[in-house]
Write a protein that binds this ligand. Structure first.
Ligand code: SF4
Length: 389
C-alpha cells in the first residue's frame, strides 16, 4: 500500500463546504445575476447545453458545442478566443459551471499490470465518494489499459452482508453530474485516462437508474468524453425490475454484470437481502430477456467466501442459473476480508475446487485477481462515502 497523499499535492476541485482554492480545478461557480443557479455542464449532453444556452444567453446555442468540448477537455468554462464580448464571456461563466469534485485522498497499490488507485472525492455538500482505477492487461501492441470503477450513490441500501458500503445504509443518490464528475475529476486532476467504465463502486446503480442513465448518455456524448457503450458496464445486485428498466434504455452495446454470490436462494438471500424479494429462477428469466445483441455475454460475479458459498450444491446452483440465463461468464473473485470479516480469504485449493465444480457443470469461469485489497479498493470494500469526508 502506498498512500500518495503525502507525495502528491491534493488538488482541489469545487468544494462548497471548505472554501478551498479553485486552481487548477474549475472556475468558481458564482451566483447568476438573474437568480438562476448555474447549470452544471457535467449533467448535460451537448444538445441539452445548446438548448439551455439558447434560453439563458443571446445567441448562446451557436457556441455551445465548442464550450462543451472545452469543458470536458479542461474542466472549465473556457470562452477565450471565441470573439465574445467581456459581458458575454462573463454571462457564460455565471450561468454555467463545471462541477469537478474535490480530491481528498489517493492511495495506490502496485500490481502486475500497474498500480490500482483509489481516490476519495468530496461532493459540494461535503460527502465522500470513492472511485478506483484498475489496471488491465495491456492491449495487443503493449498499450496500457485501465478501467475506472464509479460510484452511483453515497452508501447503499441493499445491505449485502459482505459489503462495507452496504453496512452504513444509503445516504443519498448521486446526481448524474456527480457521477460524470468522478471521471472528469480523476482525468484532469489526477491524470487518469481510463479506457473502460464500470458502475461497481459505492451504491446500486439500478437503485438510481435515472441519474445513472443520464450519466451514461453524457459519458457517451461525442463532443465530450465519447465513451462507446461497449466500454461501459453496469454491475448490479439486481433489485426487482431494475434489469428490465435498464433494457428499456435501448443501449444495445451496454454491458451488464451482476453480483451473484450464491447458487441457492437461501445462500444468496442470506448474503444479499435483495434476493428475498425475487429468487434466482425469476432473476435468471429477467436476465435472459435482457440480451439485445447476438454476442452478449452476461458476467456473473461470484465472490467466493469459504464456508458460506463454496459448497458443491452452490456450484450446481450456479450452473443451473447460468444455463437458464443463456451465455454467462462467471467471474470468480476470492473474498477480501474487510474491517469486519464475514469469512477468510479462500485458499488456492478452495478456489480451484470450486472452479472445477463450475466447469463440470458447463460454466465458463474466469478467475479474477485480487486487485486493491491492501487499500480497501477491492470488491465490497469501498465505504468512505457513507460518511461525511
Ligand atoms: S455489494 Fe453493491 S449492492 Fe451490495 S451493498 Fe455493496 S454497494 Fe450495495
Amino acid at each position: 500500500m502506498n498512500d500518495t497523499t503525502a507525495s502528491k499535492p491534493v488538488l482541489p476541485g469545487r468544494e462548497a463546504d471548505s472554501g478551498s482554492s479553485q486552481a487548477p480545478g474549475p472556475a468558481p461557480s458564482r451566483a447568476p445575476s438573474q437568480g438562476q443557479s448555474p447549470l452544471d455542464i457535467l449533467g448535460l449532453g451537448s444538445a441539452e447545453l445548446a438548448d439551455a444556452a439558447a434560453l439563458r444567453l443571446p445567441k448562446g446555442s451557436g457556441l455551445a458545442g465548442t464550450i462543451y468540448s472545452r469543458a470536458f477537455a479542461t474542466g472549465r468554462i473556457e470562452t477565450e478566443g471565441l470573439g465574445l464580448s467581456a459581458a458575454t464571456e462573463a454571462a457564460w461563466k455565471e450561468r454555467f459551471g463545471v462541477g469537478l469534485l474535490a480530491v481528498r485522498r489517493v492511495v495506490e497499490e502496485e500490481g502486475e499490470f500497474g498500480s490500482t488507485s483509489k481516490a476519495l472525492l468530496g461532493t459540494a455538500d461535503g460527502l465522500g465518494v470513492e472511485c478506483v482505477r484498475i489496471p488491465m492487461p495491456p492491449a495487443p501492441g503493449g498499450a496500457a489499459r485501465s478501467t475506472l470503477c464509479l460510484s452511483s450513490q453515497v452508501g447503499c441500501r441493499m445491505a449485502c452482508a459482505f459489503c462495507e458500503t452496504g453496512a452504513g445504509g444509503l445516504t443519498r443518490d448521486l446526481r448524474a453530474a456527480e457521477i460524470v464528475a468522478q471521471v472528469l475529476t480523476t482525468r484532469i486532476l489526477l491524470g487518469w485516462d481510463c479506457n473502460n467504465i464500470v458502475f461497481m463502486g459505492m451504491g446500486e446503480p439500478l437503485d438510481n437508474l435515472d441519474e445513472v442513465a443520464r450519466a451514461i448518455r453524457v459519458l457517451m456524448d461525442r463532443r465530450g468524453l465519447s465513451y462507446g457503450a461497449e466500454r461501459i458496464t453496469v454491475c448490479s445486485s439486481c433489485p426487482p425490475g431494475g434489469v428490465a428498466r435498464l433494457r428499456d434504455l435501448g443501449l444495445k452495446r451496454l454491458n451488464l454484470s451482476i453480483s451473484l454470490n450464491g447458487g441457492l436462494d437461501a445462500t444468496r438471500s442470506a448474503l444479499m437481502p435483495v434476493n428475498r424479494a425475487r429468487g434466482l429462477d425469476d432473476l435468471a428469466d429477467e436476465l435472459a430477456a435482457y440480451s439485445q445483441r447476438r454476442n452478449f455475454v452476461l458476467a456473473a460475479n461470484y465472490c467466493l467466501l469459504p464456508g458460506l458459498n463454496d459448497g458443491i450444491e452452490e456450484a450446481r446452483g450456479v450452473a443451473a442459473f447460468a444455463a437458464r440465463v443463456g451465455r454467462v461468464l462467471v467471474n470468480l473473485i476470492p473474498y477480501n476480508p474487510g474491517s469486519t470479516p464475514l469469512s477468510r480469504a479462500p485458499t488456492e485449493e478452495e478456489i480451484e475446487r470450486f472452479t472445477g465444480w463450475l466447469e463440470a457443470g458447463g460454466c465458463h469461469v474466469r478467475r479474477r485477481t485480487r486487485k486493491g485489497a491492501s487499500i480497501m479498493a477491492a470488491c465490497g470494500q469501498l465505504r468512505a462515502g457513507d460518511r461525511p469526508a
